[in-house]
Ligand binder design. Sequence first.
Ligand code: DC
Length: 223
Amino acid sequence: MRMNIAIDGPVGAGKSSVSDAVAKKMGILHLDTGAMYRALGLTALRKGIDTGDEEKIVGLCRALKIGVRHEADGQHTFVEGEDVTGMIRTPEVSMAASTVSRYAEVRKEMVRIQQQLAAETDMLVDGRDICTTVLPNATAKIFLTAAPEERARRRWLEMKEKGMEEPFEKVLEELKARDEQDMNRPVEPLRQAPDAVLVDSTSLTFDETVDAIVRIAEAKRHG
Ligand code: DC
């Protein structure tokens, strides 16, 4: 039977890096769905399209070919065949991704692609609506979170390591704004699925978080 692990959670809970490590340990691929919304957000910014204009964004989403490919160094994300992996992690693209992800028609298209990919192979999928909408029948469902200050601290460190120096307060503010937008949008807001297992990583190390999720996933897989 197909094995799918679904992980949802807010900004900066460590989803991406934790998901990568869990997938590696379990010998399966990791699909980062946020990268797809980021690719759309990036394209809107590049084309000068207002991300608040739903009609235009939905039109753009339908016209674009957004794809992912798994390579030795992880997931690569493509727009019309161009590898945009290195361009989608800036704060501007983060906010644009959060805004374009509010639109029902955008979500429908993204969910369709994600479901197709997950049906093809065993996969860990991370995002905001994976347990609730994309893979409601996943083998294991996890809601990964941490306190906002801790999430902001991790985000700040990660950005600093990449040479993007931002004041901590600004990172925290942006994180709260994005939480607010992701949790309060009318369509498929971020929330813990009733049958998802809560993993709070506030006081866990990276390795402890990875191990906790692998344990839960393995128990479900064999249970
Ligand atoms: O996980 P991330 O930070 O890369 O996601 C970027 C934005 O995309 C996030 O603010 C909300 C949106 N998103 C979503 O709505 N649904 C998903 N499955 C993944 C991301």
